[in-house]
Design a protein around this ligand. Structure first.
Ligand code: FES
Length: 180
């Protein structure tokens, strides 16, 4: 090996090292960039939510609370059965409803409705909610989360996709038809 070829080989290896560092750096930055841009993506759409049909509003008798279910509109192939999301529908009167997330506001266990006592009970740590979803007792610090809803051509439609949270939940969530 000549003395002249050594610097050029060293330079070539250094260039290749820099190139590989660049490639690996770019690959590693993809998830980070996607994470940083995710709020923008969420803001530009419907906030990661989409209107989902729960069926004819007439299937929920006035004065009753019934379990319903819908398929997550942002389902991925590997979601399987977890894409089926239950919710509690309370029909107050005419076109006034409340649609509750089934998850307890404490640690997310599914709550059950007991018509006889008019209460939602959480089996995990004894959280109790009144019929209107407000907190009655136990560890939850707030009431059940609610979905936005509207009645469209006699069908009950909710804004689903992301579980309702403090930032999206309010007491009565009816949307006027003009609100989209
Ligand atoms: S998860 Fe419901 S009370 Fe704890």
């Amino acid at each position: 090996m000549s003395e002249q070829s050594q610097p050029s080989r060293r330079a070539a290896l250094a260039r290749m090292g820099l190139w590989l560092n660049g490639v690996f750096g770019a690959l590693l930055s993809v998830p980070l960039v996607a994470y940083l841009l995710s709020p923008l993506r969420r803001r530009s759409g419907a906030g990661g939510r989409q209107w989902v049909d729960l069926g004819p509003s007439s299937q929920f008798p006035e004065g009753e609370t019934r379990l319903a279910a819908f398929r997550n509109p942002f389902v991925r192939p590997w979601d399987g059965q977890t894409a089926e999301i239950p919710c509690w529908v309370r029909h107050i009167e005419r076109e006034t409803f409340q649609v509750f997330a089934v998850n307890c506001a404490h640690l997310g266990c599914p709550v059950r409705w007991f018509a006889a006592s008019g209460l939602f009970l959480c089996p995990c740590h004894g959280g109790v909610y009144y019929a209107d979803g407000s907190r009655a007792s136990g560890p939850p610090e707030r009431g059940l989360f609610q979905y936005d809803y509207k009645v469209d051509n006699g069908r009950l439609v909710i804004l689903a996709g992301q579980l309702p949270t403090l930032s999206t939940s309010a007491s009565l969530r009816r949307r006027k038809p003009c609100e989209g």
